[in-house]
Ligand binder design. Structure first.
Ligand code: SAM
Length: 292
């Protein structure tokens, strides 16, 4: 039977409905068999949707691109949260830029020493929809009062802060639309300024297979600003190609030398001390990419 497109990214094929990722790289695109669409609306920034998929549970979909799924959100959220929080001794104040699905914010609450987490999400609809339809990820309980929500552009937010945060995590969508600015040097300079004198930042830096130039640029730009820059990897099946990169930049502490013993691992499903130490071991093609 011929494929029929029914609207943004939705395809009818042999009686089933599929969500087809609008981003095609090297002739590859992901397709998700969908049971039903639970929510779909246009916010001021993007189309926000939640779909019940056949294989990955519920999925948050922004502008047709799957951001996170119930099946493997824990991998991404633990990796973007625990690695920088353990690398910094006794963090007190943290800022998350993006991360509207609230999975990373929820993960930070495993660190009892954290007094304040500023969640800076440009689109309140993402938070509202995630809290309503994705409690597996966002949490069933009321958000902890230590998490303060700020609905504004993360780039403008950090520009106004100086020496405030021990850890800043950039949990952004892909570098298009409102997230594009979060991959640029002026933003990283502002993040550097917003950190305490020994602070650490981390960002998701895309796929080394599908977006090598993005990873390379993020890594090299951060090296111009921070003495310690470490890229690490995790396998997140939801993201194109599965293999995903994060880049940590630090003013002082090196996660290769310390931090594993500071991990809070209770209820973790991915990060333990072995993963903390092993995730910085990069395969040869990534080492070569970052050397170029
Ligand atoms: N962890 C998932 C991933 O890597 O795809 C999801 C990340 S989370 C859903 C990304 C969030 O960043 C979105 O909710 C989006 O609205 C938000 N975002 C994009 N640009 C932003 C900006 N300039 N300031 C703050 N938040 C932004």
């Amino acid at each position: 039977m011929d494929k029929q497109t029914t609207g943004l990214g939705m395809i009818q094929w042999e009686g089933d409905t599929w969500l087809s990722d609008p981003e095609e790289s090297f002739g590859f695109r992901a397709n998700w068999k969908v049971k039903r669409v639970l929510h779909r609306e246009q916010s001021d920034f993007q189309e926000v949707a939640v779909m019940e998929t056949v294989g990955f549970g519920r999925a948050l979909v922004l502008d047709g691109i799957v951001q996170t799924t119930e099946k493997d959100a824990f991998i991404y959220n633990e990796m973007i949260t625990h690695i920088p929080l353990a690398a910094y001794p006794d963090p007190k104040r943290m800022c998350i830029i993006g991360g509207g699905d609230c999975g990373a914010a929820r993960e930070t609450m495993k660190y009892p020493g954290l007094k304040q987490v500023d969640m800076v999400e440009i689109d309140p609809k993402v938070v509202e929809v995630s809290q309503t339809y994705l409690p597996e990820i966002a949490g069933y309980e009321q958000p902890d009062p230590r998490i303060q929500f700020h609905y504004e552009d993360g780039a403008a937010f950090v520009q106004e802060r100086k020496g405030v945060y021990d850890v800043i995590s950039v949990d952004s969508s892909d570098p298009v639309g409102p997230a594009a600015v979060l991959f640029e040097k002026p933003f990283y300079q502002d993040v550097h300024r917003a950190l305490t004198e020994d602070g650490i930042m981390v960002c998701q830096s895309e796929s080394p297979i599908f977006h090598p130039q993005v990873l390379k640029r993020v890594h090299h730009t951060l090296k111009e600003l921070f003495p310690v820059v470490r890229t690490y990897l995790a396998t997140v099946p939801t993201y194109p190609g599965g293999i995903w990169s994060f880049t940590l930049a630090s003013k002082k502490y090196d996660p290769l030398l310390e931090g594993a013993d500071r991990l809070q691992m209770e209820m973790n499903r991915y990060v333990d001390r072995g993963v903390y130490q092993g995730c910085f071991q990069l395969p040869v093609y990534v080492q070569q990419l970052l050397k170029e």
